[in-house]
Write a protein that binds this ligand. Structure first.
Ligand SMILES: Cc1cc2nc3c(=O)[nH]c(=O)nc-3n(C[C@H](O)[C@H](O)[C@H](O)COP(=O)(O)OP(=O)(O)OC[C@H]3O[C@@H](n4cnc5c(N)ncnc54)[C@H](O)[C@@H]3O)c2cc1C
Length: 390
């Protein structure tokens, strides 16, 4: 099997690199390092510049604002953005748009896809509720039809982008009498609708997420995605694409390469860190894991290009890569010793505090998009055909 990029893909990668060399300015780099996930005006401006290239729709149809390329080209773009330390594509592009393309009505596609590709709409993922996390189908936020409008009441939690997004991609109960997986729909809700209250929740990784309350929020009937009461299928499909997006390796590879470089030029007890056998063993193992992780990305992108939704493979990719994130942060902080545990604000922090930050971010990614325990259940049931665990 040939894993080399084709000449067209190489050209595409060069175009992305050339864009990054011009648009990822030192000021933006500093801001990204200081703010992490936050969206400052400079970060927003950069994302708009990425969208203006048509890159928020790389593998979407031209008629809806896309470039009609492949998921492989989207993966190359994501890898390059991540490796450069730039903001990657939002889940609206990688996870939700693909579901509108596959299952949305013609009206849905015309309403939402061009807005996204122009960088004018991003969706927060409104799935989890205080009593509906892993058991998401127990969600209680409800939407009732009143003439030409849905009226929405309920509460979401861990609603990460709600304070930044323009809309909610909201999972709601539309048939309280149906079996729980069959009475759910997805409705897109403008975040500035009257009746929405957003409260911040801060996590250990400095990531802001939110609790969001919906009180008699009214949205047009046409904001329903696909068919009523079919939302569970759209959510499960979107989650598979989300797991692919959480399992990419560009930022991990960059941290690893910088760690190897650091070990090569840092003296400890009369020798460089990279001369120490225990450091070499760990770096070698991380290098192997990174290759495996990248192969998962290539596999799921190939399956996506074949028209599929890779449930089992995306779960494998997500488990492997998010646990590799933990391993790299853990081993990296051990290799560079106490300097690895220093916060980015400390001038002695190794690698500008990125190992310490990665360590605190790792649990979030093991939880996001469904926990890794649940990923293993999916692999066991759908991948190995084992009976459903109780
Ligand atoms: C920082 C952060 C950001 C998030 N962002 C979003 C977001 O934007 N939108 C959104 O909708 N959600 C978001 N989530 C929610 C996330 O998807 C859920 O936390 C996750 O699905 C788990 O649900 P829970 O927290 O209710 O835990 P629970 O479901 O209560 O699980 C608790 C523990 O029990 C384990 N467990 C539960 N059931 C099983 C089972 N059947 N088999 C094996 N183990 C099991 C879990 O693995 C976990 O370790 C976010 C979460 C965090 C922490």
């Amino acid at each position: 099997m040939d894993f080399d990029l084709t000449p067209e893909q190489t050209e595409w990668r060069e175009a992305v690199r050339s864009f990054l060399s011009r648009h990822l300015t030192p000021e933006l780099r500093d801001e990204l390092l200081a703010l992490g996930f936050s969206h400052s005006p400079l970060v927003q401006q950069f994302q708009k510049e990425v969208a203006d290239q048509g890159w928020w729709g790389v593998n979407w149809p031209v008629e809806y604002g896309g470039l009609d390329k492949t998921a492989m080209e989207q993966l190359i773009l994501i890898d390059e953005l991540e490796y450069a330390g730039a903001p990657s594509l939002p889940l609206t592009v990688t996870s939700l748009g693909p579901m509108i393309i596959r299952f949305g009505t013609e009206e849905n596609k015309r309403d939402w896809l061009p807005l996204v590709t122009r960088g004018e709409a991003t969706f927060a993922l409104g799935y989890s509720e205080p009593d509906a996390g892993t058991d998401l189908a127990s969600l209680r936020t409800k939407a009732e039809l009143d003439g030409d409008e849905w009226i929405i009441n309920g509460q979401k939690i861990w609603n990460s982008e709600a304070h930044l997004a323009t809309h909610e991609w909201l999972a709601v109960r539309t048939d309280p009498d149906a079996p729980k997986h069959r009475g759910i729909s997805v409705i897109i809700v403008p975040i500035d609708s009257p009746g929405i209250t957003i409260q911040p929740l801060w996590t250990w990784g400095d990531v802001r997420t939110n609790q969001v309350y919906f009180e008699d929020v009214r949205v047009p009937k046409g904001n329903l995605i696909g068919e009523v009461n079919q939302g569970w299928y759209y959510i499960v499909g979107a989650l598979a694409f989300e797991r692919m997006a959480l399992g990419t390796t560009g930022s991990l590879r960059r941290l690893f390469d910088d760690l190897v470089d650091f070990c090569g030029r840092t003296m400890f007890d009369g020798q460089t860190l990279s001369e120490r056998p225990e450091v070499q063993l760990r770096l070698a193992e991380l290098a192997v894991d990174l290759e495996v992780s990248q192969l998962f990305s290539l596999q799921t992108a190939t399956l996506m290009d074949a028209g599929g939704i890779p449930a089992k493979e995306a779960s494998m990719q997500k488990v492997f890569t998010t646990e590799l994130r933990t391993k790299l942060a853990d081993w990296g902080t051990q290799i560079v010793d106490l300097y690895g545990q220093l916060h980015q604000s400390d001038e002695d922090a190794a690698l500008s505090g990125r190992l310490e930050r990665a360590y605190r971010m790792a649990p979030f990614l093991r939880f996001g998009g469904g926990t890794n325990e649940v990923m293993r259940s999916i692999i066991a049931e759908r991948g190995l055909g084992l009976p459903r665990s109780t």
